[in-house]
Design a protein around this ligand. Structure first.
Ligand SMILES: C[S@@+](CC[C@H](N)C(=O)[O-])C[C@H]1O[C@@H](n2cnc3c(N)ncnc32)[C@H](O)[C@@H]1O
Length: 237
């Protein structure tokens, strides 16, 4: 019965072959391989030049919204570099105009693009030390688009150096629980550090991001998870 149901599900969405179907029926934790050829495009010269311009530690923020966190992070960590990516035009424009007030921040590289495409085309394995995913859309109707269940995670984890950190924040406990479950079961990660953020730990005016502030003002608890990437972890040679 399970096999039939999975077969119908898989066939309707044309997602996987028969081998994958068999694996799915025995192991519910499966993330398709990431197909780099589907997102390949020529690298952008400006980004290549910025990446080559320094050997300082490189960090990455995916979905940085209107840019509060990247600007603050770059100011507080002048010895490090941060690439901050946002694909919604209106949010990126707010980030860019905010950044115009900080011409000194040459350690921050703002990118208006789909992060999956940009990272696949610009970031090599073992190039990132700290990767932030702060308050991503929890994708309630599209489980395969949640970051820890997405094929892109194969590439993203390879891009983080052993010794580096993957940081995820959300106000949704179920999203964090699921991410931790997939990190352990599929990605074979060690238990992460989980910190709660709420009105008693963080006044709203100290929120790192626009969304974090919104949740703190509503009296919600937010969760901040950090996975330490070790050599020998799945995807980290
Ligand atoms: C819920 S908002 C959070 C924004 C910000 N991190 C904050 O906490 O205020 C999620 C953001 O991720 C961006 N985003 C989602 N998928 C993305 C992708 N593939 N590439 C770049 N940005 C993405 C969305 O446009 C949106 O601005």
């Amino acid at each position: 019965m399970t096999l039939c149901l999975d077969y119908i599900f898989v066939t309707k969405r044309k997602r996987c072959d028969f081998t994958t179907l068999i694996v799915l029926t025995t192991n519910p934790y499966l993330v398709r391989q990431f197909d780099l050829t589907r997102v390949a495009s020529p690298p952008i010269a400006e980004a290549e030049a910025w990446l080559k311009s320094s050997n300082a530690a490189l960090d990455l923020e995916i979905g940085c919204g209107v840019g509060w966190h990247p600007i603050r992070y770059a100011r507080e960590n002048p010895e490090r570099r941060l690439i901050a990516i946002e694909h919604t035009r209106a949010k990126f424009e707010r980030f860019r105009s905010r950044l115009l007030a900080h011409p000194e921040l040459s350690n921050l590289f703002p990118v208006h693009a789909d992060a999956i495409r940009w990272i696949a085309n610009h970031l090599q394995a073992n190039s990132i030390e700290l990767c932030f995913l702060l308050y991503p859309n929890p994708e309630p109707k599209a489980p395969n688009r949640r970051w820890l269940r997405s094929p892109f995670m194969h590439h993203l984890l390879k891009a983080i150096k052993p010794g580096g950190v993957l940081a995820l924040a959300s106000n949704e406990r179920w999203y964090i629980d699921e991410a931790c479950e997939w990190a352990e079961r599929f990605w074979k990660r060690d238990s992460p550090l989980i910190k709660e953020i709420n009105a008693s730990t963080t006044p709203a005016h100290q929120a790192r991001t626009h969304f974090e502030k919104k949740y703190l003002l509503r009296g919600q608890t937010c969760f901040d998870v950090q996975w330490h990437i070790r050599k020998g972890n799945k995807e980290n040679a």
